[in-house]
Design a protein around this ligand. Structure first.
Ligand code: PEP
Length: 251
């Protein structure tokens, strides 16, 4: 049985006050859920949000990391620095970073490696554009991103990775993949993970869905056999939405 994971990606939003407000709003959801809950604020808020979530079941996550350990990379943050902030998870390969910051599969692979070396669990995003889906290439595109992002990893390292399937056309658009569309892609992903390691390992890995998840659609999406949680953008900033998504996650 896979434990669900709900991760909130604040992107370039939020402030110190939001963590405290969200914690208060999440209180009863955290009591009821069987899910792991992760909040990924911007780098500048890691310290204060981390302090706010101290002694709570909420894990601290980051939205990005540099592929190198240290050096002349102005404005960047390394995996050891995240580790020092007690960051347990880190998103890599988000479609916004792929599109706006030229993050290639090769860079994603380097980031996955550096995170694992530093004890941080990667949440690796994959997903197709609308054009790719309409051209019937969605499965091919996602399989390629998976193979490149995880290439050469030992099976037990692969097991420490979480995959987030995020169709680009569903991110921040209010258009959600249907539960069937999402579940069917998750099955493709799990089969590919089995090819990259073994079926036994692939069965244990969590595959999240991301793309306009909210408190109204979460239960149906999370009820699908292959959907093990959600990566949530916009709704993770809303105190009347994120708690409902957490409550919808049942193990
Ligand atoms: C995301 O940015 O990972 C995301 C899924 O955003 P949203 O929930 O706003 O679509």
């Amino acid at each position: 049985m896979r434990k669900p994971l709900i991760a909130g990606n604040w992107k370039m939003n939020g402030n110190r006050g939001l963590a405290a407000e969200m914690l208060q709003a999440m209180e009863s959801s955290l009591d009821q859920t069987s899910a792991d809950v992760v909040v990924c604020p911007p780098f500048s808020l890691l310290q204060s949000v981390g302090e706010c979530f101290e002694n709570t079941p909420v894990f601290l996550g980051a939205q990005n990391v540099h592929a190198q350990l240290s050096g002349a990379y102005t404005g960047e943050i390394s995996a050891p620095m995240l580790n020092e902030m007690d960051v347990k998870w880190c998103i890599v390969g988000h479609s916004e970073r792929r599109a706006q910051f030229s993050e290639t599969d090769a860079i994603v692979r380097q980031k996955v490696g550096i995170l694992l070396q530093n004890g941080i669990q990667p949440i690796m995003c994959v997903g197709e554009s609308l054009e790719e889906r309409e051209a019937g290439k969605h499965e091919e595109v996602v399989v390629e991103q998976l193979k490149n992002g995880l290439s050469g990893l030992a099976a037990d390292d692969q097991l420490r990775c979480t995959i987030a399937y995020e169709p680009v056309w569903a991110i921040g658009t209010g258009k959600t993949a249907t539960p069937e569309q999402a579940n069917s892609m998750h099955l493709v992903i799990r089969n590919q993970l089995a090819e990259l390691s073994t079926e036994q390992f692939a069965t244990k890995m969590r595959i999240l869905y991301g793309g306009s998840v909210n408190a109204d659609n979460a239960e149906e999406l999370l009820g699908q056999s292959e959907i093990d949680g959600a990566l949530v953008g916009g709704a993770s900033l809303k105190t009347d939405q994120f708690p409902g998504i957490i409550t919808a996650a049942k193990g």
